[in-house]
Design a protein around this ligand. Structure first.
Ligand code: NAD
Length: 373
C-alpha cells in the first residue's frame, strides 16, 4: 500500500475491503511522505518494521527483489502521486489497484495506458460505486435493452462538507483537495465529478461525446472549483446533465443517477444503495432490492442474504473480489467470468481524465460545446 497512513481516510477502507473475501494480505507499505509516520503507521497495523518503507520508490524496488514480495500495489495517496507510483509499479512488473482520479492530466493518463499496454498487468481504478449489486444489475438491465433507447440521462453528486473554508483550518483531506499542486487542476470536478461521470458511463453503456460545462468556486479564497455543472451529448443521440458540488448544504454523499429510455427508466440513489427503481413505460414502478436481483453480476456482488444490510465497504470489496478473480484467471490461463471483467479498469480511469480535460476546456473557452478526447 502506498498512502493510507495514520489519520488518512480511504487507505483504512481499502484494508477492510481487501480482507473481506480473504483474497489479499497486506505485506508492506509506504504509508506516508514522512518516514517516521510511515513506520509508525505500519507498525500500528501489525507490519514488521522492515516492510514499512520511507518512500514508495524504495518499497516497489525492494519488494520486487523479495521472493515473498508484494504482488499488487494499492495506491491511496493524494492525486498528484497516482501516475508516478503506478508507473513505478508497472515498470517493476506489479499489478495495480489505484484510487481515482487516475492522474492529474490526460497526458499522464495516456502515458500510463501506453505503458500498461506493454506490460500485461492488471490495473483497477477504484470507482467504488461500480461495486454495488444494484449498479451491476442496472448495467445489465440497460444492456439487455429493458430501457429501450436511452434518451435522457441525469447524474448528480452532492456533498456539503466543503461548504466552508475547512482547508484554512488545518483539515487534512480538505487541504490537499483544494491545493492544485496535490489535487491537480480539478477540485470537486476531479474528486466527485469523476465518480458521477464514471457511474453514468458504466451503467448507461454509452459514451459522452460532447459537453458544455462550467466550473465555479463558491467559497472565498479557495483555489479550485467546488462546483461543476455540464450539459452532455451522448452517443446515439441521448442528452443529459451532470452536476457535482461539495458546497450544497444538507447533502452528504448524494450520488444519484437517472436514466430514461424509450421503454422505461431507472433510478439509483447511493444513500439507499441496496435498491434500484425500475419503471417500465406504462407499468407500476418496481423497487428492486439487493438479494432478489437476478442478474449474474449482481449475484456475484452479494455476500449476505436479503435483509442484512450491505453497503459501501462491500462495494469497495467487490472491486477487490473482481481483481482477485482476474488474477486467478490469469494464473490459471482461463477466461475470467464477465462479472469480474465488469470492474473499473485503466481505461475507465483514463476516461475520467478525458472528462476533466473536456470540462476545463469548455469552461475556459466560455462554456462552449467541446468533444471528449
Ligand atoms: P488522505 O489525506 O486521508 O490520505 C492520503 C494518505 O497519503 C496519507 O496517509 C498521506 O500521508 C499519504 N501520502 C501523501 N504523500 C505520500 C507519499 N509521498 N508517499 C506515501 N504516502 C503519502 O486522503 P484520502 O481522502 O484518503 O484520499 C486519498 C485518495 O483516495 C485520493 O486520490 C482520493 O481522490 C481517493 N478517494 C477515493 C474515494 C472513493 O470513493 N473511491 C474516497 C475518498 C478518497
Amino acid at each position: 500500500m502506498v498512502g493510507g497512513g495514520e489519520g488518512s481516510f480511504i487507505g483504512a477502507a481499502h484494508r477492510v475491503a481487501a480482507r473481506l473475501d480473504d483474497q489479499f494480505e497486506l505485506v508492506a507499505g509506504a504509508f506516508s511522505s514522512d518516514p517516521e509516520r510511515a513506520l509508525a503507521s505500519g507498525i500500528a497495523i501489525g507490519l514488521p518494521g522492515e516492510r514499512c518503507y520511507g518512500g514508495f520508490e524504495q518499497m516497489v524496488a525492494s519488494e520486487a527483489q523479495r521472493q515473498d514480495g508484494a504482488e499488487v500495489v494499492v495506491i491511496v495517496t493524494p492525486n498528484h502521486l497516482h501516475a508516478e507510483v503506478a508507473t513505478a509499479c508497472l515498470q517493476h512488473g506489479r499489478d495495480v489497484i489505484c484510487e481515482k482520479p487516475l492522474a492529474v492530466s490526460l497526458a499522464q493518463a495516456d502515458a500510463l495506458v501506453q505503458l500498461a499496454a506493454t506490460q500485461q498487468r492488471l490495473f483497477t481504478v477504484t470507482h467504488t460505486y461500480a461495486g454495488y449489486p444494484a449498479i451491476r444489475h442496472a448495467r445489465e438491465l440497460v444492456a439487455s435493452g429493458a430501457l429501450g433507447e436511452l434518451r435522457v440521462v441525469q447524474v448528480e453528486y452532492a456533498q456539503d462538507w466543503l461548504a466552508t473554508g475547512l482547508e484554512h483550518n488545518g483539515h487534512k483531506q480538505a487541504g490537499w483537495r483544494t491545493d492544485p499542486a496535490q489535487a491537480g487542476p480539478a477540485g470537486a470536478l476531479g474528486d466527485i465529478g469523476t465518480h458521477a461521470f464514471h457511474l453514468l458511463s458504466y451503467v448507461g453503456g454509452i459514451a459522452v461525446e460532447q459537453l458544455c460545462a462550467e466550473v465555479h468556486t463558491f467559497v472565498p479564497g479557495r483555489q479550485l472549483d467546488d462546483h461543476v455543472q455540464a450539459m452532455l451529448r451522448l452517443q446515439g443521440g441521448a442528452r443529459g446533465m451532470l452536476w457535482a458540488s461539495q458546497v450544497v448544504t444538507g447533502e452528504h454523499n448524494a450520488l444519484r443517477l437517472r436514466l430514461y429510455g424509450s421503454r422505461g427508466s431507472l433510478r439509483f440513489d447511493q444513500e439507499v444503495p441496496d435498491s434500484l427503481w425500475f419503471a417500465p413505460l406504462g407499468e407500476p414502478t418496481q423497487r428492486l432490492r439487493r438479494g432478489a436481483l437476478k442478474s449474474p453480476s449482481a449475484a456475484a456482488a452479494t455476500r449476505l442474504p436479503p435483509g442484512h444490510p450491505e453497503g459501501w465497504y462491500e462495494a469497495l470489496a467487490q472491486l477487490y473480489r473482481d481483481f482477485a478473480e482476474l488474477w486467478h484467471a490469469r494464473a490459471e490461463a482461463r477466461v475470467p467470468p464477465p462479472w469480474a471483467l465488469a470492474t473499473p479498469q485503466l481505461h475507465d480511469g483514463r476516461q475520467g481524465l478525458a472528462f476533466i480535460d473536456a470540462v476545463l476546456r469548455s469552461h475556459r473557452a466560455g462554456q462552449c460545446w467541446v468533444s471528449l478526447q
